[in-house]
Design a binder for this molecule. Structure first.
Ligand SMILES: [Zn+2]
Length: 342
């Protein structure tokens, strides 16, 4: 049976009837019977978390509980720039699970002076990135640096990697925490800069020119701020300063026309509303912060929203979340891939 909804569609603000037939949106009443599951209120294209790591459990299985937490929050799409294993076909195929865009392992060039234990360390960054693009939904994740002060991946290497990925038709996400690493990523024209804790202001116009998105992941850093302040090591102070810088750059990037996206990068999973709130605190208009986790993120990932033939991910709210973001914590209906989950 088809699902029927009537409400004010976002972002257009037009009140309409729409139907979900299987995993598709239509504005033409279908021949088959339809159950009305939302009448009135506001209908938002399903939410997107552009930076999260559902990953593997300790027993080696894929963490479906993490996906369930995202689903419960109304998140219909996950981009995962950094996964420690492949997404099982059964998870991808399940209509109960959010759509997943994998971006493969955390690729770290062996020439960086430090590495984390979760990095996949490679000598040939270009070749590894291209292989990852082929294996991971057209994306790869590269560490542009891994220290606040040490030398980042050299610009020539990062540029060659980006060009090879683009030649393959893929996209490249760059972890950036130093000023030099962030600037190299912006100069190389990567597709997204993740974190950017020391993102220099001069990188913003380069990002705008290259179409590089900014995913600041403010929730993760906001969560650690209190205990870092208590501990107070030099490194903790850099992280705190990094959080303040990300807030400033998120607003500047938005004002410069850069696509700013919501990514939680934190546990417990499913805190996308907190990331929207952080983007509002950073100074984005409320509808832009909402777009960062919904229609703009979907368009950036090539996933249509509430348009004819679009994908059947919808969250409904009693009040307009563009004016009342607290509504986001109280969805009246969540539909994922054409299936009611709330
Ligand atoms: Zn991350």
């Amino acid at each position: 049976m088809a699902l029927h909804l009537r409400g004010t569609l976002l972002p257009d603000g037009v009140t309409k009837d729409l139907w979900l037939v299987g995993d598709r949106v239509t504005f033409r009443r279908p021949a088959e019977a339809a159950e009305t599951v939302a009448d009135g209120g506001f209908l938002l294209p399903g939410l997107v978390d552009a930076h999260t790591h559902p990953g593997l459990r300790e027993d080696g299985g894929f963490d479906v509980d993490a996906l369930a937490a995202h689903r419960a929050a109304g998140v219909a799409v996950l981009r995962c720039p950094g996964l420690d294993g492949p997404v099982p076909d059964a998870v991808r195929a399940s209509p109960q699970m959010p759509r997943i865009i994998a971006a493969g392992a955390w690729l770290a060039w062996s020439g960086l002076s430090e590495h984390a234990d979760f990095h996949t360390v490679v000598d040939d960054l270009v070749g590894a990135a291209v292989r990852e693009v082929r294996a991971s939904d057209g994306w790869c994740k590269v560490m542009a640096d891994w220290d606040f002060t040490a030398a980042p991946v050299p610009l020539d290497l990062l540029r060659a990697t980006t060009e090879a990925v683009h030649a393959e038709g893929g996209r490249i996400a760059a972890h950036c925490q130093s000023a030099a690493g962030s600037l190299n990523a912006a100069r190389a024209g990567v597709d997204s800069i993740e974190h950017g804790m020391a993102l220099p202001a001069e990188a913003i116009p380069l990002m705008a020119a290259h179409g590089t998105a900014y995913v600041p992941t403010l929730t993760a850093f906001g969560k650690s701020a209190p205990w870092r302040a208590r501990r107070g090591l030099d490194r903790d102070l850099l992280w705190q300063e990094g959080h303040r810088t990300m807030l400033t750059r998120a607003r500047e990037a938005y004002e410069a026309g850069v696509t700013v996206l919501a990514g939680t990068d934190s546990l417990p999973h499913g805190d996308i509303v907190r990331e929207i709130e952080w983007l509002i605190e950073a100074g984005l208009p409320t509808d832009a912060a909402l777009a960062a986790a919904s229609w703009r993120a979907r368009a950036w990932l090539g996933l249509p929203g509430l348009t004819e033939g679009g994908l059947a991910d919808v969250t409904a709210y009693a009040t307009d979340p563009r004016h009342d973001p607290t509504a986001l914590r109280n969805p009246t209906r969540i539909i994922l891939r054409g299936h009611i989950t709330h």
